[in-house]
Design a binder for this molecule. Structure first.
Ligand SMILES: Nc1ncnc2c1ncn2[C@@H]1O[C@H](COP(=O)(O)OP(=O)(O)OP(=O)(O)O)[C@@H](O)[C@H]1O
Ligand SMILES: [Mg+2]
Length: 308
């Protein structure tokens, strides 16, 4: 059983009188203990996906399972419990993660206080966590008295305060220099191994993404897997202009009836195409207004309803 399962997840935001579709049917699974990085251009839907998995927002359509729970069925108190205990968040904006007027220690004890952990135990656990992220000498400093990298390490401790199983990190190193970014990523990797955490992170930085077991690209609300990183030998272009594709990619393409080649601004796309009917469907789909989620694309009758 995968730990995370997204099935045909659609997220549309209503803005004034129209809808913006941020996610167009995401299918995606993650095993427990896995670290996956999502990369993609601005506006691709990365934060939208993180917010859904963190229970901060609900999908317009689709199915979202984390552990045993169907996130669409969580409401009220159970949803609040999920956010408090089962998932930890780290945001890109360093200032968004911490309360400026509280010390590092008091920031880490706060989620424990909300979860009803007794005062003596939360102080002991917070100290241990801050020690774990290498900040034992800075327990009583407020965020403004710490460097950006140190603040992000406090943020990691805050996110892990109630020992969640899932850590969602939206550009955790976006505001850090290379050395600090590397330190935060080493820390996440270490915690993941020792605590068997499942980590999903969003980044613009390929060096940061390389720490993950898998890299997925999100573009225009659709996910794709970067196959080159999975194979021991990536694709190579030889002197005659031939590309040897990795075996996993060859298998996918071999299953198709036809391979479509598109030259796009971001590169060359090889797309497996199946039966003719599906192809026509896909073309029709492309012609439909894309700012409306599939289940909302319906016809309205022209005639007025007669008053009874
Ligand atoms: N609350 C909202 N209301 C309306 N539209 C939104 C809302 N949140 C996001 N969007 C839109 O949804 C799309 C995806 O946004 P999202 O924040 O998920 O992108 P992103 O990949 O995280 O981008 P970035 O790399 O800039 O953080 C964008 O077109 C954005 O304008
Ligand atoms: Mg974002």
């Amino acid at each position: 059983m995968p730990f995370i399962k997204c099935q045909q997840v659609v997220k549309a935001y209503k803005v004034a009188d129209h809808e913006i579709v941020a996610l167009r049917g995401i299918d995606f699974e993650m095993e427990q203990g896995e670290m996956v990085a999502i990369i993609g251009p601005s506006g691709a839907g990365k934060s939208s996906l993180m917010n859904l998995l963190g229970g901060l927002d609900t999908p317009t359509a689709g199915k979202l399972l984390v552990g045993e729970q169907n996130l669409l069925e969580l409401k009220g108190r159970r949803l609040a419990e999920y956010r408090l205990r089962q998932v930890g968040f780290i945001w890109q904006m360093v200032s968004q993660n911490l309360l400026a007027h509280r010390s590092a220690l008091a920031n880490v004890t706060l989620p424990m206080m909300l979860a009803g952990v007794p005062v003596w135990r939360r102080r002991r656990q917070a100290r241990a966590l801050l020690e774990r992220v290498g900040l034992q000498a800075h327990l009583h400093k407020r965020p403004g008295q710490l460097s950006g990298g140190q603040q992000q390490r406090v943020a990691v401790a805050v996110a892990l305060a109630n020992t969640p199983q899932l850590l969602l990190a939206d550009e955790p190193t976006g505001a850090l220099d290379r050395t600090n970014a590397r330190q935060v990523m080493d820390l996440l990797n270490d915690l993941r191994r020792t605590l068997h955490l499942t980590v999903l992170l969003v980044t613009h930085d390929l060096e940061v993404a390389a720490h993950a077991d898998r890299i997925l690209t999100l573009r225009d609300g659709a996910l794709a897997q970067d196959m080159s990183g999975r194979e021991a030998q990536g694709p190579r272009l030889d002197d005659a202009g031939r590309i040897q594709l990795p075996p996993g990619v060859q298998t996918r393409l071999a299953e198709a009836d036809r391979i479509a080649v598109e030259i796009r601004p971001e590169g060359v796309l090889l797309r497996p195409e199946v039966a003719e009917a599906d192809h026509t469907d896909a073309l029709l789909q492309d012609m439909l207004p894309q700012d409306v989620p599939p289940e909302k694309r319906r016809w309205f009758g022209r005639g007025r309803r007669k008053k009874p």
